[in-house]
Design a protein around this ligand. Structure first.
Ligand code: GUN
Ligand code: ZN
Length: 432
């Protein structure tokens, strides 16, 4: 399929670095700017007039003047099989998993169901401005095949993996040490490096994997250097107690994963709420990533993420929705709830830092900042166009806004999918 050369015009805003470290020098802002997109990549970025001069005569021009053109948003922890679990009432983690999630995920034995939900899920991500995500599938390899196939058709940069679980879940949702290993390996062979796809070895969490299965996950990571790993840790106090009983030999929860060789710079651990000093030191020492999932942590009553404590210790941090424990697909809503969680912990989060996190920060967390996360020539043309006046309440509030930091804070606090005017995936508009 030949793709249009395109000029996306608007207020171009991107980050060259973390504003927490580099201050306002980190921002790259062009108020009447444009991005030239060719063959799915960013060919040039600059003043609109210069870019329009540079563009071929037959280029499509998308004029979003007044709106912000930013790098596509990135979600570092989300479950695609939970689109019909989101908003399930009244339970904390272990009951929520057994009463709702494990029931729903068994439907993914059916490949037709997988295909339908994968399409819905991707459409919903794009509607919310998210262009890359690190995604859990179910135990069934066909659920990962469906997700990868849909992502490839959309030419989206996605990382995903088949969940591995061999105990403490309904029988129909279990694999074995051998099938979990074999199915994951086959999926890596089928999908890794195809289009813009990559694979994450996905032992769901220590509760549902035997020590032997965690060993098998570690073996896959050794066998396929650079492959990702995703799991959950220290989300809920009952969960932590259960893990202590299951793995009495481990020093702490994270040590269960460390013993299996599952820590490292491509390992992303959801939640990381109730962490000991040893666990934090192990995260930092191995370059492992903590996924901050505020809407989920509030919804499931899990606890408050201590961002300052982890960041000071040098832990790499990403921001994530964790749908369907999380309650919104929108990274804007997620940042808004993140701000409130940090408020409860007496911590601050300036809007520029939050937008950095949703873009370049999360790209760095996924070691993908060479390809996505900022608007620079050569990077993938994954973009979101955000309108700070999208709703009456936003437009009304914007009457009192006189600088970019305030505008970004209004956008994250009041914004959601309605503020997403367009999403470009590899240069192609995805929002109807
Ligand atoms: N821990 C293990 N599985 C899950 C899940 O699906 N969601 C959340 N929030 N935590 C988990
Ligand atoms: Zn999760």
């Amino acid at each position: 399929m030949s793709r249009a050369t395109r000029v996306v015009r608007g207020r171009v805003l991107s980050f060259a670095d973390d504003p927490a470290a580099a201050g306002t020098d980190a921002l790259r802002r062009i108020d009447d700017g444009a991005v030239l997109v060719e063959g799915g990549r960013i060919a040039a970025v600059g003043e609109a007039r210069a870019i329009l001069d540079l563009a071929p005569a037959d280029a499509v021009v998308d004029d979003h003047s007044g709106a912000l053109v930013m790098p596509g948003l990135i979600d570092v922890h989300i479950h695609y099989p939970q689109t019909q679990v989101i908003a399930s009432y009244g339970a904390q983690l272990l009951d929520w998993l057994h009463n709702y999630t494990f029931v729903e995920e068994q439907r993914f034995a059916d490949p037709d169901h997988c295909a339908r939900v994968a399409e819905f899920f991707l459409t919903e991500l794009f509607r919310n401005g998210t262009t890359t995500a690190l995604v859990y599938c179910t135990v069934y390899p066909q659920s990962a095949d469906a997700f990868f196939a849909a992502s490839e058709r959309a030419d989206a940069r996605m990382i995903a993996g088949k969940a591995m679980l061999d105990r403490n879940a309904p029988k129909g949702l279990l694999d074995t040490v051998q099938t979990g290993y074999d199915d994951s390996k086959a999926l890596i062979g089928r999908w890794r490096g195809r289009g813009r796809l990559d694979y994450a070895v996905t032992p769901r969490f220590a509760v549902t994997s035997s020590p032997e299965q965690l060993e098998a996950a570690g073996a896959l990571m050794k066998e396929f250097p650079g492959v990702y790993m995703q799991s959950h840790v220290d989300e809920n106090t009952d969960e932590i107690e259960f893990v202590r009983q299951l793995f009495p030999e481990a020093r702490d929860y994270l040590d269960v994963y460390a013993r299996a060789g599952l820590l490292g710079p491509r390992s992303v651990f959801g939640h990381c709420i109730h962490m000991t000093g040893d666990e934090i030191a192990a995260m930092a020492g191995t370059g492992s990533v903590a996924a901050f999932c505020p809407t989920s942590n509030l919804f499931l009553g899990s606890g408050l993420f201590d961002r300052t404590r982890l960041a000071r210790a040098g832990v790499r941090i990403g921001l994530a929705t964790d749908v369907g424990g999380g309650t919104s697909y929108s990274m804007l809503r997620t940042a808004a709830e993140g701000y409130k969680v940090l408020q409860l912990g007496g911590q601050s989060w300036p809007a520029a830092e939050a937008f950095y996190q949703m873009t370049l920060g999360n790209a760095r967390a996924l070691s993908l900042d060479h390809a996505i996360g900022s608007i620079e020539p050569g990077k993938d043309a994954d973009l979101v166009v955000l309108d700070s006046h999208a709703t009456p309440a936003m437009a009304h509030r914007m009457e009192r806004v006189d600088d970019l930091e305030q505008e970004l804070f209004v956008l994250m606090t009041l914004g959601d999918d309605r503020a997403v005017r367009q999403t470009y995936v590899a240069g192609e508009p995805k929002k109807a």
